[in-house]
Write a protein that binds this ligand. Structure first.
Ligand code: CP
Length: 318
C-alpha cells in the first residue's frame, strides 16, 4: 500500500476486516516488519485518539516513531504555492515535505479543512502535496474531507457487533456549538456504502453532504423516522457543505440530540461516535453511558485500523 486516504485504498473491504480481526487476535505477530523503520506523524491539528492509537500500532509492529506538532515548536508552514512569504510563515511545505521524508519510511498526516474555501478543502491540497513530494507512503490521520482510519475502525466495530447480515446503520447529524468539518460523516458514509449494511442519513435541511460520498444512502429529514428499526446509530456533527453556506453552523437545535426516547425507537441499537463528543449536545449522558454505547470499543479499534494500514505499507517496503 503506497497511500491510504479513502476506502478505495484499502481494497476489498471484507478482506481488510478479516485481516483486522486477525491482527486484533495477536497484535505482536508482525513485530519484525517494523525493525529499523521509522514512522513520522505530522499534526497540523490536535488529537488524542489518533496520536496514541497510531503510535501504539507502530510500536506493535516494531517501528520507531517521531511526532511533529506543526503549530507547537515547528516553523509555521505555508501550504499554497505562489504566496509572497512576508508574513508569519517561515517555511514552505515544498521544502519541508522532502526534508521530513528524508528522515523516515512512512508518513501520517493530520490536516483538517479550513472551512473557508470549499474548493481548496475538497482538493485536499495539504495531504496531496505530501503524497506528491515526500517520496514515502503517506496515510491520512484525518484530512480535509475524510477520516479513513476512523471509518475503518468504525467498520471493524460494526462487524464485531452486528446481529444480522445487513444491519440498518443510521448516520445522524447532532448539534454542536462550533463549525466542524464534514470529514468524519463523508468518510463514514463512503465506508458503510462499501459494506453490506443499509445506510440512512438524517440531518436538518441545509446539511446535505457532497453526493459523491452519500450516493446509495437514503436521506431522511425526520430523525425519529430514520431511527425506527435501526441497529446502529452513528452520531456526528458537521457544518454545512452546500454553496455559500459552506463551513457555517446553520442550527444548534437540541431537538436533534440523541436521547433515550429516540433510541427507544430503534432495534435496541448500538450508539456510536468517533469522540471527542460534547455530552448533552450530541448525545445525553444516559445514552453514552448505556450498555449499548460502543464509543470505547470503537476508539480501541483505532489501534487495529492503524496497524492494518501500517502493516500493509511495511510489507510493501520489505
Ligand atoms: N476520533 C479521533 O480522530 O479522535 P482524535 O481527534 O482525538 O484523534
Amino acid at each position: 500500500m503506497k497511500k491510504f486516504t479513502c476506502v478505495e485504498d484499502i481494497g476489498y473491504l471484507k478482506e481488510a476486516l478479516r485481516e483486522a480481526l486477525e491482527v486484533k487476535r495477536d497484535r505482536f505477530a508482525y513485530k519484525h516488519l517494523g525493525e529499523n523503520k521509522t514512522l513520522l506523524m505530522i499534526f497540523f491539528n490536535s488529537s488524542l485518539r489518533t496520536r496514541l492509537s497510531t503510535q501504539k500500532a507502530a510500536m506493535n509492529l516494531g517501528m520507531n516513531v517521531m511526532v511533529l506538532d506543526v503549530n507547537q515548536g515547528a516553523w509555521k508552514l505555508e501550504t499554497e504555492r505562489g504566496v509572497v512569504m512576508d508574513g508569519d510563515k517561515a517555511e514552505h511545505l515544498l521544502e519541508a515535505i522532502p526534508v521530513m521524508g528524508s528522515y523516515c519510511d512512512i508518513i501520517g498526516v493530520r490536516s483538517f479543512a479550513g472551512l473557508q474555501d470549499r474548493k481548496a478543502d475538497y482538493e485536499e491540497r495539504v495531504i496531496e502535496q505530501f503524497i506528491k513530494y515526500s517520496g514515502r507512503p503517506v496515510f491520512s490521520m484525518e484530512a480535509a474531507t475524510r477520516h479513513p482510519l476512523q471509518s475503518f475502525a468504525d467498520m471493524i466495530t460494526i462487524e464485531e457487533h452486528k446481529r444480522t447480515a445487513r444491519p440498518k446503520v443510521v448516520l445522524t447529524w447532532a448539534p454542536h456549538p462550533k463549525a466542524l468539518p464534514q470529514a468524519v460523516a463523508n468518510s463514514f458514509a463512503e465506508w458503510v456504502l462499501k459494506s453490506d449494511c443499509e445506510l440512512v442519513i438524517t440531518h436538518p435541511k441545509g446539511y446535505e453532504l457532497d453526493e459523491k460520498f452519500t450516493r446509495g444512502a437514503t436521506i431522511e429529514y425526520d430523525q425519529r423516522k430514520a431511527f425506527e428499526g435501526a441497529d446502529f446509530i452513528y452520531a456526528k456533527n458537521w457544518s454545512a457543505y452546500s454553496g455559500s453556506n459552506y463551513g457555517k453552523v446553520l442550527s444548534v437545535d437540541k431537538d436533534w440530540t440523541v436521547d433515550a426516547e429516540k433510541m427507544a425507537l430503534t432495534n435496541n441499537a448500538y450508539f456510536m461516535h468517533c469522540l471527542p463528543v460534547r455530552r448533552n449536545m450530541i448525545v445525553t449522558d444516559e445514552v453514552i453511558e448505556s450498555p449499548t454505547s460502543l464509543v470505547i470499543p470503537e476508539a480501541a479499534n483505532r489501534e487495529i485500523s492503524a496497524q492494518v494500514v501500517l502493516k500493509r505499507m511495511l510489507e510493501d517496503l520489505q
